[in-house]
Design a protein around this ligand. Structure first.
Ligand code: AMP
Length: 144
């Protein structure tokens, strides 16, 4: 059975750290540090995905504009063309999305709303457990 976004979320939970578009970059830097995460999803008041902002965007914004950018709203530095996935996507499809788009986070959308997030770490973890499961089956087959 291929692992899906649903099975990954069932195991790790559906909580996503999200912020509004007016949140400052300094406030987001504090959130990323405190929660030990690499990205926040920017949502509008209805819970729809408006953008994504990751540690890489923070580095880019500071390198391009200096530390004054830290008081700017996230809307000025976020990525608005967000690649999303659904619960029925497989971990292989997620790996393809991340490789093609060169990013490490994919928000999950359900009924037009933010419903989870998958990081590259989640995909690697689920792929390893899939491979281990396959190896166990092969060993059992050979032994039996
Ligand atoms: P990351 O590797 O996730 O830190 O992201 C690298 C760059 O891709 C940053 O500019 C992000 O804003 C952007 N990014 C991250 N995730 C996505 C996504 N799912 N769709 C589009 N862009 C993204």
């Amino acid at each position: 059975m291929p692992q899906t976004v649903k099975s990954i979320l069932d195991a790790k939970g559906r909580n996503v750290v999200s912020v509004g578009r007016d949140q400052s970059l300094s406030a987001i830097a504090a959130i990323l540090n405190e929660k030990h995460i690499g990205a926040v999803v920017v949502t509008n008041p209805e819970g729809r995905i408006a953008g994504i902002f990751t540690e890489r965007d923070l580095v880019r914004a500071i390198a391009q504009n200096g530390a004054v950018v830290l008081e700017q709203p996230v809307s000025s530095s976020m990525t608005t063309d967000v690649t999303r996935c659904r619960e029925d996507n497989t971990n292989d499809e997620l790996m393809e999305m991340m490789t093609a788009g060169r990013f490490r986070h994919v928000p999950v959308e359900s009924d037009g709303k933010l419903a989870g997030i998958i990081s590259i770490g989640d995909v690697v973890k689920s792929r390893i457990s899939e491979i281990e499961h396959e190896a166990e089956q092969i060993k059992a087959y050979i032994a039996g």
